[in-house]
Design a binder for this molecule. Structure first.
Ligand SMILES: Cc1cc2nc3c(=O)[nH]c(=O)nc-3n(C[C@H](O)[C@H](O)[C@H](O)COP(=O)(O)OP(=O)(O)OC[C@H]3O[C@@H](n4cnc5c(N)ncnc54)[C@H](O)[C@@H]3O)c2cc1C
Length: 273
């Protein structure tokens, strides 16, 4: 459990940021679920609860999700799940349990850049951006590569795309455990392009760009594309699985997602398989 000298209730984002950078031992508290697993000595824990950052706003072309929104609110959002055909439920439902997801926040989840993250993988399957108080708006892909200075994640922005179909799969040794591999695949029916993302390798989610390209060119390249995933992304071992097991599992999960997307397209268009 962490050790907190003072719980500081921020008055506004400027106040939160100034407090954050005023000492290296000050830190933002989101849901506190990850922080409480650590034995960090924190000087001021900056609470953002009074800043009204708990919302999911729908605009014509995008959704804006405040950083203090719980994973459970996102999982249950009618608007998000309607727009993305239940996708949010698919990648959030396996994270620990309902009570946990009621407390953990999207801001703490994305800012932490966990290698195992279902959330990062799921969001990279969509056109997702991160809004930082000082750093401005950057794509999630860019954010994941950035070396972080102290900053506050304010919003997650997700652009709508009515032509997009997205699927998510993860593999766990047991229910509620961290994933040993997770994948997201989205397909834009207009541009006919696949976007394949693999996380928990055990490193942070990344797009398999070459594999996505070759499968988008021609579905007959599927096996060749799946083989490319392990050459273009780095896989490794940890207590949950070996490098080789992760490589093979990622291929199976990606193929499963692609088949689901295709099946869905056939059903919607009334075509024979
Ligand atoms: C036991 C356990 C099991 C888990 N299993 C999974 C899993 O299977 N899959 C998965 O994807 N995730 C999993 N997680 C991670 C979880 O989903 C959350 O991502 C995690 O708890 C962080 O969210 P939080 O709100 O609790 O953040 P906190 O613990 O409050 O904060 C985490 C970090 O982010 C910083 N932070 C918080 N909010 C902000 C902000 N707005 N701006 C800048 N920095 C901020 C904090 O300073 C801290 O460094 C697990 C976590 C735990 C504890």
């Amino acid at each position: 459990m962490f050790n907190l000298k003072e719980l500081y209730i921020a008055k506004d984002l400027n106040d939160a940021y100034d407090t954050l950078v005023s000492s290296k031992n000050n830190c933002v508290i989101g849901g506190g679920m990850w922080l409480k697993m650590s034995d960090r000595a924190i000087n001021k824990g900056i609470d953002l609860s009074n800043l009204n950052l708990n919302y999911i706003k729908e605009e014509e072309d995008k959704f804006i999700i405040g950083s203090m929104t719980s994973l459970r609110d996102i999982e249950n959002s009618k608007e998000l799940n309607l727009e993305f055909r239940g996708y949010f439920k698919k990648f959030l439902k396996s994270i620990v349990g309902t009570q946990f997801r009621n407390t953990a926040t999207i801001g703490g989840s994305v800012y932490s850049k966990f290698g195992f993250s279902d959330i990062s993988t799921g969001l990279l399957g969509l056109d997702t951006y991160v809004e930082l108080f000082r750093g401005g708006i950057v794509s999630l892909e860019e954010f994941n590569k950035m070396k972080l200075n102290k900053d506050i994640l304010v919003n997650i922005i997700i652009y709508k795309n009515e032509n997009l179909k997205a699927e998510y799969e993860s593999l766990r040794l047991s229910k509620t455990d961290l994933p040993l591999i997770n994948v997201a695949v989205s397909y834009d029916e207009k541009s006919k392009k696949y976007n394949i993302v693999v996380g928990a390798r055990p490193n942070l989610s990344k797009r398999a760009v070459k594999a996505s390209e070759i499968i988008s060119e021609n579905y007959n390249n599927l096996d060749k594309g799946l083989d490319l995933i392990s050459s273009e992304l780095d896989f490794g071992k940890n207590m949950r699985g070996s490098k080789e097991y992760r490589e093979e599992s990622s291929k199976i999960l990606v193929k499963r997602c692609i088949l689901k997307i295709m099946e869905d397209s056939y059903e919607n268009k009334g075509m024979d398989k």
